[in-house]
Write a protein that binds this ligand. Sequence first.
Ligand SMILES: Cc1cc2nc3c(=O)[nH]c(=O)nc-3n(C[C@H](O)[C@H](O)[C@H](O)COP(=O)(O)OP(=O)(O)OC[C@H]3O[C@@H](n4cnc5c(N)ncnc54)[C@H](O)[C@@H]3O)c2cc1C
Length: 286
Amino acid sequence: MSDFFRPATLAEALEIRANHAAVPLAGGTDLLVRYRNWAGTLPKIEKPVVSVGHLSELRGISVHQNGAAPDLSIGAGVTYGELLAHPQVPELLKNSIWWLAAPGLRNVATLAGNLCNASPAADAVCALYALDATVDIAGAGGTRRVPVEEFITGPGRTVLRTDELVTAIHLRPDEGGVVFYQKVGTRKANALSKLSICARASVHAGVLESVGIAVGAVAPTIVRSRDIEATLIGRPVSDIAAHAAEVVSRYEPLVRPISDQRSTAEYRKATALGLIGRFLMERLTG
Ligand SMILES: Cc1cc2nc3c(=O)[nH]c(=O)nc-3n(C[C@H](O)[C@H](O)[C@H](O)COP(=O)(O)OP(=O)(O)OC[C@H]3O[C@@H](n4cnc5c(N)ncnc54)[C@H](O)[C@@H]3O)c2cc1C
C-alpha cells in the first residue's frame, strides 16, 4: 500500500511533494481510474499520494482587479459543482461543464484535475484555451504563472515539476458576447468526447473585436490558432460568412486526429472542420 498524506496547509503539501515526490490527489476521478486494480480492491498507486482538494488556500473563487482588467481566480480545489453555481464564471466554461460526466462526479472533480491530467479530450480545458486562461504554479522554487497553452506540453504532459502544485486558474469573469460549445459524444452523460469545440467572440458595432476558437480531441494537444484568429479580428461580422470556407481550410493542417475506441480520424476531422464553419457562418454572424 502507498503512503497517503493529508496536509493541513498548502505549505505542508508543497513540502510533502518536494520530499516524497508524492502524486497530488484532488477529486480522484482521473487518478483512481488510471491506477484501478482488480474489481473490489483498492487502486494500486506505487508512489506516495498527497491529498490537495481540501486545502483552504485552494478552495475559493474570487474576482480581483488586475490593473485595468478584472480577474477571476479559481482555486485548484474548486469543484465543477461550485463553478456552475458562481455567477461570474464564463458561460462557455459552464457549458463545457454541463456536458462533463454527471452531477455526482461534478461535485467532487476539479477543473485543475482536468488540466493536470492534460488529455487532448479534456472538455473543460478546451474552454480554458478559448478563454485565454493562465495557471498559477507553486513549488519549492517559488511561484509562477503560465498561459494554459504553455502549461500543457503533450498528451498527459505538463510543465509541472515533481515539487510543484497548481494552485489556481485565472480567467476574465463572464463578459457576455457570443459563445459556442458543442461536444460530440456517444451519450449525453458520462461519455468522453469524440471531439469538442469551444469558441467565443466579442463584437462591437458590427466588427469582430476578439475571438477564441479551441478544438479538443483532434490533435496531441487542444488546437487553437491565434494566427488564424488574427485574420478575423477587425473584420465586419457581416463579411465573415463569405470567407468562412477559406478560414476553415486554414485549420485543416492543424486538425490531425487519430482513430481510437471512441471515433475514427476521418469522422473527427470532418466534424471538427464542419463545427468551426458552423461557428463562423451561423453563430458568429447569425
Ligand atoms: C465516469 C467518468 C466520466 C468522466 N467524464 C468526463 C468528461 O465528460 N469530460 C472530461 O473532460 N473528463 C471526464 N472525466 C475525467 C475526470 O473526471 C476529469 O478530468 C476531472 O476534472 C478530474 O478532476 P479530479 O479533481 O478528479 O482530478 P484527480 O483525478 O484528482 O487528478 C487528475 C490529475 O491531476 C493531478 N492533480 C490534481 N490536482 C492537482 C494540483 N492542484 N496540482 C498538480 N496536479 C494536480 C493529479 O495528480 C492527476 O494526475 C470522467 C471521469 C469519469 C470517471
